[in-house]
Write a protein that binds this ligand. Structure first.
Ligand SMILES: Nc1nc2c([nH]c(=O)n2[C@H]2C[C@H](O)[C@@H](COP(=O)(O)OP(=O)(O)OP(=O)(O)O)O2)c(=O)[nH]1
Length: 130
């Protein structure tokens, strides 16, 4: 059986040289793994629109979406995630924890101390070598 394709966008939000990292909740797949806030692209949306919407919903703040960082395809047991990550900045408000277990602001050289969702590793490597 073919696995379902899941198209996901992730926001690498940078503020004062630190990057916002978010930990998934207990009841989710990839529970307690770290990720970039974001989510699935809905039909009719551009990746950038999806990212702005997801961050508003999840963290109650507005972002500006900048350049693409990376695009990876990773096969999990529950499906194939196509993850695109973008540089973002905060425009209005401050990220609020709603559905994540926790959030952290880390310098890029600290990112690899967290247990990331596997699809995120190429983005982490790019950020570390930036
Ligand atoms: N938001 C986000 N999701 C990621 C990243 N890396 C990664 O493998 N994923 C996976 C986890 C999920 O299976 C999927 C994103 O879906 P989602 O955030 O909309 O959905 P979810 O599983 O948290 O919850 P649900 O809405 O399906 O209940 O992509 C990442 O950096 N950010």
């Amino acid at each position: 059986m073919n696995k379902k394709n899941i198209h996901v966008v992730g926001a690498v939000i940078i503020k004062d040289d630190k990057i916002l990292c978010a930990q998934r909740g207990e009841s989710k797949n990839l529970s307690y793994k770290w990720e970039f806030p974001g989510g699935k692209i809905e039909s009719g949306e551009t990746p950038q629109q999806a990212l702005k919407r997801e961050i508003q919903e999840e963290m109650e703040c507005d972002i500006a979406v900048g350049e693409k960082i990376d695009h990876t395809v990773y096969e999990y047991d529950f499906g194939v995630v196509h993850l695109t990550t973008f540089y973002c900045t905060l425009q209005k408000g401050k990220p609020i924890l709603t559905e994540h277990h926790s959030i952290k602001w880390l310098f890029k050289h600290e990112l690899s101390s967290l247990d990331w969702a596997p699809a995120d590793i190429p983005t982490i490597e790019k950020l570390e070598n930036m």
